[in-house]
Design a protein around this ligand. Sequence first.
Ligand code: NAG
Ligand code: NAG
Ligand code: NAG
Ligand code: NAG
Ligand code: NAG
Ligand code: NAG
Ligand code: NAG
Length: 330
Amino acid sequence: MKIHLLFIVSLSLLLSLPSPSLSAERCNPHDKKVLLRIKADLGNPYHLASWNPNTDCCDWYVVECSSTTNRIISLTVFQANISGQIPPAVGNLPYLEELEFHHITNLTGQIPSAIAKLKNLKELRLSFTNLSGPVPSFLSQLKNLTLLELNYNQLTGTIPPSIAKLTNLLAVHLDRNQLTGEIPVEFGKFTGSTPDLHLSHNQLTGSVPKSLGSLNFTTLDFSRNKLEGDISFLFGTNKTIQIVDFSRNLFEFDLSKVKFPASLTSLDLNHNKIFGNLPASLTSLNFQYLNVSYNRLCGQIPQGGKLQTFDIYSYFHNKCLCGSPLPACK
Ligand SMILES: *[C@@H]1O[C@H](CO)[C@@H](O)[C@H](O)[C@H]1NC(C)=O
Ligand SMILES: *[C@@H]1O[C@H](CO)[C@@H](O)[C@H](O)[C@H]1NC(C)=O
Ligand SMILES: *[C@@H]1O[C@H](CO)[C@@H](O)[C@H](O)[C@H]1NC(C)=O
Ligand SMILES: *[C@@H]1O[C@H](CO)[C@@H](O)[C@H](O)[C@H]1NC(C)=O
Ligand SMILES: *[C@@H]1O[C@H](CO)[C@@H](O)[C@H](O)[C@H]1NC(C)=O
Ligand SMILES: *[C@@H]1O[C@H](CO)[C@@H](O)[C@H](O)[C@H]1NC(C)=O
Ligand SMILES: *[C@@H]1O[C@H](CO)[C@@H](O)[C@H](O)[C@H]1NC(C)=O
């Protein structure tokens, strides 16, 4: 009886004690050192309190270790009270596939060039922060990048054409910055995948390069810039575009001549200088959203399809557009 009790006590002690000697630390010592450097450079924020040098870094908050190599493959800092700049030390995590600093008001400074060292990076998300300076052209060295998300920052300067060298890109989000200049002509020469382009809420000027007409984009959002000219070449019956937002620019072309692809589900052209009338072919499209308000359109709104499922606010403030849902033509 006595022996039996002793056995149970010692067994339960053995099971409840943390036993570092039994399971070796997974964390790569180099990566641990780099992460502690990053923590110090960010001013030892509360957000990274779990980054304790005495514990396995594979168990730390906002990082992830590869299950095969045990190297750090992901660093995703989200909604943190952190003040300062992105530490260049992030460039010393060579296995990193995902790097994110998101929703951090007091994150300032430029995008550090050390990021160019992260050859395995697939997703770079530096958004809803207060980063300034340019969209760096060294990003074109990150050949494995599938997602480039730099939106909601204070970035200035022009869009580097070299981004078009990234053959695996699925989406480029440069919206909500202060970017100037033209959309690079190279953006019509993406080889490999054709990424969704989100360039809205900047100060882009000039006309959209004709080269973009040779690619099959799925989503194009150029809204709230100062772009001008004709963009009808982005449509056409053999295109596969689905979502288009060209609103609040200076686009000027004859809508009656445009051939819309059957794939189109969302079309926002509001606040431009588009003229002509709405082509009858619009009635054959399966629109979920349509807005042609605040243009210079004229004539009867074609009756049928989805066109009467939208209210007057999709059509109002044109030169002389008429018919349901607007008042009848005279
Ligand atoms: C940003 O920094 C200011 C000044 O240092 C501080 O008062 C504020 O709490 C910080 N805000 C956030 C969300 O980090
Ligand atoms: C952010 O951290 C600073 C310094 O630690 C602190 O003074 C401030 O109150 C924090 N702000 C928020 C919004 O938590
Ligand atoms: C950038 O900083 C300004 C001023 O501190 C702040 O009002 C704004 O919310 C910040 N932007 C973001 C995206 O956090
Ligand atoms: C991209 O990633 C693959 C593995 O996913 C890797 O073999 C390759 O070296 C990477 N590309 C570059 C340019 O490093
Ligand atoms: C669309 O089809 C026409 C006629 O087949 C062809 O000349 C044109 O190059 C095609 N355009 C695209 C972008 O595929
Ligand atoms: C775009 O898609 C259409 C329809 O799938 C196809 O016929 C055309 O060749 C494609 N064009 C390009 C440039 O990939
Ligand atoms: C279309 O755009 C105008 C102008 O921005 C806006 O007032 C209206 O609400 C929009 N219509 C719809 C259906 O969103």
